[in-house]
Design a protein around this ligand. Structure first.
Ligand code: SAH
Ligand code: SF4
Ligand code: F3S
Length: 446
């Protein structure tokens, strides 16, 4: 049955920042085709669910969302055209098509540049799946960036060759690839022209990025960071997510040399136990990880460290979990994400013996999160009294109040004269559980 061509769309992204970036690029591409973003609260003709497969709960969301959309559509007599994109599309494309007749399109993370052609076929009544993998073609085929915002994401690297035994990313995103240096500088310039003061470079293994600079020299991520630091109107550079084994002395040193490189490092570790790290195929030890952090602190003493943790990996004993707690105490994280292990279909860990009971995982997660909360509060308190700049991202709830990020990626708010996109100098005055109160001292530049 043919369908009406969609006039407006909504993209809903789940999961990591790379999905947020992909969602923005899909939105830009659809706008280029003359399909407009649906207004807040308005029903969209086309809904793109940009999904995440990392844990079971994340993956299940797509089916409940499809159900909700179809129900709402049946009620209003106007069912939207549904496209499932992202990592669940890549991993379970066929299953989605079989289970959900309301879905017209399934499009993987490396194929979404072909979405417009897929829509044309869906309009003719076809159900279309495209989960082809070669990643680099996508970027060349996308229209130029249009985003206008003070803080923007820029994907520089995609995919993963590490094959941690619990993780789906190598299967959903494919092999590690680096986008070319010149393309990235070009995209960064467009973002800056559109008002970006801060750019966060993204990659599943961002510090594995490799390229050739404008003089043909082989460079790593620090070479790219240095080139972007030379853009006069760009004030801040961040990057995420790094892998401990891809860390280079050059990138560490850059943190001591470049004011524009923000003092924040997200470096997942997953566990503090060498036996568990080996079973996870992390290919680093607790000690080699701690050594990397020490080197960052030598280069940039105020650097805020963040990490990811998994509790209840198959076979994890109480004593091994305690090693994770000890590592957390050692490192004193400013921020962290921690998860219960979730068995993922097709990964080696899913079929390992000694899966840890849910109740044990619950208890471990709670203990870990309480400890991480103590350290993050301590970090935030340690910044009280400091002067720093806040990049203003939005209005606060109260009149005249503004919210933005400190160099250490804390949320902070102040009252006074400002505009979105300003860098405002403040003194940090008080640390709450989710944000810091600050006093405005002045605007860095108008
Ligand atoms: N490339 C990054 C991030 C990968 S996904 C890295 O190597 O660290 C983000 C986080 O999700 C991981 O760091 C890990 O902590 C968590 N994660 C991945 N697979 C998981 C699983 N099967 N169960 C629970 N947490 C998982
Ligand atoms: Fe997943 Fe490991 Fe690759 Fe990170 S490094 S994306 S956790 S396989
Ligand atoms: Fe999720 Fe895919 Fe990102 S599985 S975390 S959306 S790479």
């Amino acid at each position: 049955m043919t369908k009406a061509a969609p006039k407006n769309f909504r993209v809903k992204s789940f999961g990591c920042q790379m999905n947020v970036y992909d969602g923005e690029r899909m939105a830009e591409m659809l706008s280029e085709q003359g399909i407009v973003p649906a207004a807040e609260g308005e029903e969209a003709d086309l809904v793109v669910l940009n999904t995440c497969h990392i844990r079971e709960k994340a993956a299940e969301k797509v089916y409940s969302d499809i159900g909700r959309l179809r129900k709402a559509g049946a009620k209003s007599g106007r069912e939207p055209m549904i496209a499932v994109a992202g990592c669940v599309a890549q991993a379970e494309g066929e299953e989605i098509m079989a289970r959900s007749p309301g879905v017209s399109m399934v499009v993987g993370p490396q194929a979404y540049h072909r979405l417009p052609q897929m829509i044309d076929r869906a309009v003719k009544g076809e159900r279309v799946t495209d989960t082809d993998m070669p990643a680099i073609a996508k970027f060349g085929a996308l229209p130029a960036r249009r985003k206008r915002a003070p803080s923007a994401f820029l994907t520089v690297q995609e995919g993963c060759d590490k094959f941690c035994t619990y993780c789906v990313v190598p299967y959903t995103r494919g092999a590690e690839i680096s986008r070319p240096f010149a393309d990235l500088v070009e995209e960064a310039k467009r973002l800056v022209d559109g008002g970006a003061r801060e750019i966060t470079l993204l990659g599943q293994n961002v510090n594995a990025w490799r390229g050739e600079d404008d003089r043909g020299r082989a460079v790593g991520l620090e070479g790219l960071v240095r080139a972007l630091a030379a853009l006069p109107d760009l004030a801040r550079i961040r990057y995420t997510t790094s892998h401990p084994n891809d860390m280079t002395p050059g990138l560490i040193a850059a943190h001591g040399e470049l004011d524009k490189l923000m003092p924040y490092l997200h470096l997942p570790v997953q566990s503090g136990s060498d036996r568990v790290l080996a079973a996870m195929n992390r290919s680093h030890t607790a000690q080699s990880y701690v050594r990397v952090i020490e080197q960052f602190r030598e280069a940039r003493p105020d650097i805020a460290i963040s990490g990811d943790f998994i509790v209840g990996f198959p076979g994890e004993t109480d004593a091994e979990f305690e090693e994770t707690l000890r590592m957390v105490d050692d490192i004193r994280y400013a921020a962290a994400f921690s998860f219960k292990y979730s068995p993922r279909p097709g990964t080696p860990a899913a079929t390992m013996d000694a899966q840890v009971p849910e109740a044990v995982m619950d208890e471990r997660l709670q203990r870990l999160q309480s400890l991480l909360a103590v350290h993050s509060q301590a970090f935030n308190e340690s910044t009280v009294g400091k002067r720093c700049d806040i990049l203003v991202e939005r209005k606060g709830r109260r009149d005249g109040q503004w919210i933005g990020k400190t160099p250490w990626l804390q949320s902070a708010y102040f009252t006074g004269d400002a505009e979105i996109g300003d860098l405002v100098t403040v003194e940090l005055e008080q640390a709450g559980p989710n944000s810091l109160a600050a006093r405005r001292l002045g605007t860095v530049d108008a």
